[in-house]
Design a protein around this ligand. Structure first.
Ligand SMILES: *Cc1c(COP(=O)(O)O)cnc(C)c1O
Length: 411
């Protein structure tokens, strides 16, 4: 017998960016003389830094000589990269990590969905609302989401934590009396995409305490940690108790412009045990079956991110995006918008004026400013009435967009 996985049919996402492109295209056709600015993209635009390029060239040369050629590498990453990760991302922040706890991958999107393989199909899942859609769609595709309920605007088997203006976009764990208090997987992402909110140590400690108390596991996506400018935790493992309840996902994509190169890593401490089983060992088994590692050239490129010159160069690029965020934020704030994010993240999350719905405001932005934003409702029901703006474009487009906002919305 054969049958197609029935759960793909339950997916709802995937239409957001298609719909944005459709509307932008139609605007372009009707207004060929207007220059459209996109603040919708969630991809970096600045080139790789020189130190990374040099390392890649060198690695390519090594691959061209018999003596230095490399075939299959270690399943979990070359030692030189794992060491650099531990020294620079953990030891430097006072966190001990064993090399066997770090798994180099081709960017963290694959593991943010693949990690579900470690858990039974009956495992409960909870996410923030609004949310990076990958966590939800991966759960749905593998039969863990249940049915989408139009009335509540969510999947029946996925719990959501609302993030809005009232809680400053930082959810707090349910207290013991809350009916929703549950044991399961909790996806957290800070600094957050889409809201740009960053969590402090106290609030993150509350989640770690909750997870340890209920036997839950936190999947902590810190793909944007490099954008943190305030005194906040970069890793969940800076929080006491996290080694027994958390898995961390990291990526070079936003840190060093690797969205096209592809490299990241997942950290699973050996103390993380579920049903008496050491999850790190299951993941090691899973990875050695599912993967043959990340290319040598890519891992040398990632290593170069941690060289003194590499660090300096990526800091400069992140500073460039941060300045864009500041320019856009200042303009929107001066027009009277309520603007979240943009300080520890390349995203701004903005309330639409007068409770306009996300898509109506998207159309207004397009027609009046020729600027493409992302409608907040595309990230979940709690995103209705918000829109997201990214700082990943050029300085010139950020300045031009800021001018157009002031012209259209200045009070
Ligand atoms: C961009 C992004 C990532 C990184 O994905 P990669 O596969 O490493 O490129 C992870 N999580 C979130 C929330 C992101 O926005």
């Amino acid at each position: 017998m054969i049958g197609v996985n029935p759960y793909f049919d339950r997916l709802r996402g995937g239409y957001l960016f298609a719909e944005i492109n459709k509307r932008a295209e139609s605007f372009r056709r009707q207004n060929p003389e207007k220059r459209l600015i996109s603040l919708g993209i969630g991809d970096v635009t600045r080139p790789l830094c020189p130190e990374v390029i040099t390392a890649m060239h060198k690695a390519v040369d090594e691959m061209s000589e018999g003596e230095t050629f490399r075939g299959y590498g270690p399943y979990f990453g070359y030692d030189f990269l794992v060491r650099a990760i531990i020294d620079n991302d953990y030891a430097s922040r006072g966190v001990q990590m064993d090399p066997e706890e770090v798994f180099v991958n081709d960017g963290c999107k694959s593991d943010s969905s693949g990690i579900l393989e470690l858990f039974s199909e009956a495992t409960s899942i909870s996410v923030c609302d609004p949310v990076y859609p990958v966590y939800v769609d991966a759960a749905v595709m593998t039969g863990r989401g249940g049915l989408f309920d139009e009335n509540i605007g969510a999947y029946s088997r996925i719990d959501t934590f609302q993030c809005n203006e009232d809680n400053n976009y930082i959810p707090t764990p349910p207290d013991a009396s809350d009916k929703r208090a549950f044991r399961g997987l909790i996806f957290l992402c800070f600094p957050n995409n889409p809201t740009g909110a960053a969590i402090n140590a106290e609030k993150l400690s509350a989640w770690v305490e909750y997870a340890n108390r209920t036997g839950s596991v936190i999947i902590y996506d810190s793909a944007y940690e490099a954008y943190i400018s305030e005194d906040l935790p970069h890793s969940i493992f800076e929080i006491e108790g996290a080694r027994t309840c958390a898995i961390e996902l990291r990526s070079f994509s936003k840190t060093a412009g690797f969205t096209g190169v592809r490299c990241g890593y997942t950290v699973i401490p050996k103390e993380l045990v579920c049903d008496g089983i050491v999850l790190r060992n299951l993941w090691a088994r899973r990875q050695s079956t599912r993967n043959n590692g990340v290319s040598y050239i890519t891992q040398r490129a990632a290593e170069a991110v941690y060289s003194p010159a590499g660090k300096e160069q990526i800091r400069e690029t992140i500073g460039y995006y941060a300045k864009n965020a500041g320019i856009l934020k200042d303009a929107l704030v001066s027009c009277g918008f309520s603007v979240g994010g943009g300080v520890n993240a390349p995203y701004l999350w903005i309330r639409t004026p007068e409770k306009t719905d996300s898509w109506s405001f998207f159309d207004r932005m397009l027609e009046r400013c020729a600027v493409v934003v992302t409608p907040g409702v595309g990230f979940g029901k709690a995103g209705e009435g918000y829109f997201r703006v990214t700082a990943f474009g050029s300085r010139e487009t950020a300045e031009e967009a800021a001018r157009r906002f002031r012209k259209e919305f200045a009070k």
